[in-house]
Design a protein around this ligand. Structure first.
Ligand SMILES: *Cc1c(COP(=O)(O)O)cnc(C)c1O
Length: 358
């Protein structure tokens, strides 16, 4: 029996993406690699219809966290000041990065089950000058899709540049780079785009990178990557096989109708899961209107531990995901990402019914 991953990445691969991993051996200094990389960078911008003259996709070898860390360390200059809006694990991780690199950083810590605290952010921005604001788009901790528009308006008013962790939203959620005035968005191959782990990327406004001064990191210096990738090269060895897989995944993504189609697909899957769970008396952590299309969190029934639910579903061929931190005893999470057929989805619904029946 095939196991279906319902954790928020890595995802269940399509046969096409899996066979792409068996592509030819390739030296990252050969023209074939340059062509592969150029094509990927073009296709990643095409996901949101971005103009390559104004925007660049910078490819890295690492997980999504590497892309987020590259974004923060490359875009916030020495002497810059960053405000980080937190309402979950990934917002808190960005603050840990800023603090680790000794950045001048203010954390606006919000409750994990609440929207980001716009009032506190507005007050902080009105009070002191910040060069940058960072936020997680889809906070995977709870499944909440943070509303970027009001935050972007505050940034515009106070002339702060907005940096987004879009690791678990890029490719599925609406993200109007221009209207939001984004400077950068960090993302990864192995979530909504359905590639394999190993490749991550930052979509950056070209003007934002040329403005920064000296790098804080050697491996994560986006400016170096951008210059070398624009010249069809790479500063370091890239994960060639993960590039092959992402290329195949992006071809499948566009063939299936692109971003809007993927959003519709994920919404339909999450809706089906949510309906079944509602029938079983399982309460969602957040109202649908606050949730991403990518992942929802649900309250564990009082008499059932996460471990027990996990094991019942695993025995049925499905891997779900635990809550994190204070939510670890309280919720379980189900993601809609990956190559999941309608039969798989129907089987999931039946397995959930069996696992959760009173
Ligand atoms: C998955 C994820 C990350 C990165 O996690 P990795 O394990 O490094 O891939 C970062 N931010 C968000 C919001 C995520 O969902």
């Amino acid at each position: 029996m095939k196991t279906i991953l319902l954790n928020p990445g890595p995802v269940t691969l399509s046969d096409g993406v899996r066979s792409a991993l068996l592509g030819p051996d390739l030296c990252h200094r050969e023209i074939e690699f340059a062509d592969l990389q150029d094509g990927l960078r073009r296709k990643l911008l095409a996901v949101y219809g971005l103009d390559p003259a104004a925007w660049a996709a910078v490819l890295l070898t690492g997980s999504g966290t590497a892309a987020v860390e590259a974004m923060l360390t490359s875009l916030v200059p020495q002497g810059g000041r960053i405000l980080i809006a937190e309402n979950g694990v990934y917002g808190e991780r960005m603050s840990r990065m800023a603090e680790t690199y000794g950045m001048d950083c203010t954390r606006i810590t919000g409750r994990w089950d609440s929207a980001i605290d716009l009032e506190a952010i507005a007050a902080a921005l009105a009070c002191e000058k910040y060069s940058h604001v960072a936020v997680v788009h889809h906070e995977t901790t709870t499944g909440r899709l943070n509303d970027l528009a009001p935050l972007a308006a505050l940034c515009r008013r106070h002339e702060a540049r907005l940096l987004v962790d879009g690791v678990s939203s890029f490719g599925a959620e609406d993200l109007d780079f221009g209207a939001l005035g984004l400077d950068a968005c960090a993302a990864t191959a192995n979530k909504c785009l359905h590639g394999v782990p190993g490749t991550a990327f930052v979509v950056v406004r070209r003007g934002a990178l040329t403005a920064t001064a000296c790098a804080r990191s050697v491996y994560l210096d986006l400016r170096e990557y951008l210059q070398r990738q624009d010249a069809h090269g790479t500063p370091f060895t890239q994960s060639v096989q993960a590039f092959y897989a992402l290329d195949a995944a992006l071809d499948e993504f566009f063939a299936a109708g692109g971003r809007v189609a993927r959003q519709r697909l994920f919404r339909a899957r999450m809706g089906a899961v949510r309906n079944v769970l509602q029938d079983l008396g399982v309460t969602p952590l957040l109202p649908t209107a606050d949730c991403s299309c990518v992942l929802h969190a649900f309250e564990l029934p009082a008499e059932l531990s996460y471990a027990e639910l996990h094991d019942r579903l695993k025995a049925g061929g499905f891997i779900i995901y635990a809550g994190q931190g204070a939510l670890s005893e309280r919720v379980f999470r189900i993601s809609a990402m990956g190559a999941i057929s309608n039969d798989d989805l129907a089987r999931l619904c039946a397995t959930l019914r069996d696992a959760l029946k009173p």
